[in-house]
Design a protein. Structure first.
Length: 290
């Protein structure tokens, strides 16, 4: 057992205990706690807290208490007592963390996105679950937000920036919370950034290796250049048209004469054609019967 604390009920804390080795090779711990003066019929209680190591599960443990005073005690037989019991291990449960993708390449300046999944694989209830991600200096402007959590529960709080810490809370067997971490990758080509995640909870964990997981971000080149903007072709303005027609007038159609000279020219041409036609008609008539 490991001593934790002791104090008088409703009073001050007791001085730290003293430990010594016995002749049998055991270690004894003695706690002396001054009670003070007690009147007839008065009593005092001392609350002592011990921690039981995991490897002591199933062991028989005993605590002995002894009282004494400066006054003569006519009945010394009841000045000591002992309490024994068997240490029982608390129920354990396996809480794990997984980071994805585990390994990916980026250009400096790219935005990287990771997923951290915290799950209770059972068999027991997990209490006070906390997940922590150690963020390397080359991952900047990062955030962590819960994107999946057990039904019927409010959204877990966002991660606290620094070592990105998530207060997951309690998880029943099979429940999980998923977080999305987004940040900007910075560094020279060849730089390797590692995001390290780990979980803790209030119960013993029978599978310690999956309490931690890493994600590797490899920088392979300079920032991806931004393509120049595509030029916009100039807009061609059509030549001005004849404009709207005056009320009551039909605008001239394409090919129609628009000036007085053009009209006279067309009239003269029509007359010449009419004369030619008359001459041809006259010739044809002279060659008729008779």
């Amino acid at each position: 057992m490991t001593y934790v604390a002791a104090q008088l009920e409703g009073g001050a804390a007791c001085p730290p205990p003293e430990s010594y080795d016995t002749a049998e090779g055991d270690t004894e711990t003695i706690l002396r706690c001054p009670v003070g003066t007690l009147a007839v019929g008065q009593e005092a209680s001392v609350l002592v807290t011990f921690g039981i190591d995991a490897d002591q599960a199933g062991a028989d443990l005993c605590n002995a208490a002894l009282v004494g005073s400066g006054s003569l005690d006519p009945d010394a037989a009841d000045n000591q007592a002992e309490a024994c019991g068997t240490a029982v291990a608390p129920p354990s449960t396996d809480v794990l963390i997984t980071l994805t993708p585990p390994d990916r390449t980026y250009h400096s300046g790219d935005r990287a996105e990771l997923t951290a999944t915290v799950r209770n694989d059972g068999p027991g209830q997990a209490t006070a679950v906390v997940a922590t991600l150690d963020i390397p200096p080359g991952l900047t402007d990062y955030t962590g937000v819960a994107v999946e959590w057990p039904a019927g529960r409010p959204q877990p709080p966002d991660g606290v920036v620094g070592s990105l810490t998530f207060d997951v809370g309690d998880l029943a067997p099979g429940e999980q919370v998923v977080y999305r971490i987004v940040g900007t990758v910075t560094g020279a080509p060849g730089t390797v950034l590692t995001v390290a995640g780990q979980t803790t909870h209030g119960e013993p964990d029978p599978v310690a290796p999956n309490d931690a997981d890493d994600a590797v971000l490899r920088i392979v080149g300079e920032p991806t250049p931004t393509p120049p903007p595509t030029p916009t072709p100039p807009t061609e303005t059509p030549p001005p048209g004849p404009g709207p027609a005056a009320p009551g007038r039909v605008p001239p159609s394409p090919g129609m004469p628009r000036t007085g000279a053009e009209v006279l020219g067309l009239v003269a041409a029509a007359l010449a054609l009419a004369g030619t036609g008359a001459a041809l008609l006259g010739v044809r008539r002279r060659r008729g019967p008779g």
